[in-house]
Unconditional design. Structure first.
Length: 87
């Protein structure tokens, strides 16, 4: 099991691509400033400042700042293989 908490800043036009995490991994995002474009497989979601979203990220995915202003967001990555033992 692993849980990480990140605070990211991305410049306009910046992208980060991930090959995916282990089966069952999910991520929770909260955008503080700007707009996060999250792509998982063929699905794309734009998350604006003040909003949150969650996604299963056990497939290739990408975070991008497609806007002209800086993006700042927090993200929790949770790989919980033994969830029942934690509850």
């Amino acid at each position: 099991n692993m849980i990480e908490l990140w605070r990211w800043e991305m410049q306009p036009g910046e992208r980060f691509e991930s090959p995916g995490h282990p089966q069952g991994t999910f991520e929770l995002f909260h955008v503080e400033h700007g707009r996060l474009t999250m792509t998982v497989g063929d699905a794309e979601l734009a998350v604006s400042a003040g909003s949150s979203a969650a996604a299963k990220t056990d497939a290739p995915h990408c975070y991008a700042n497609n806007d002209a202003t800086k993006l700042r967001f927090t993200m929790v990555v949770a790989e919980l293989h033994q969830l029942a033992t934690l509850l």
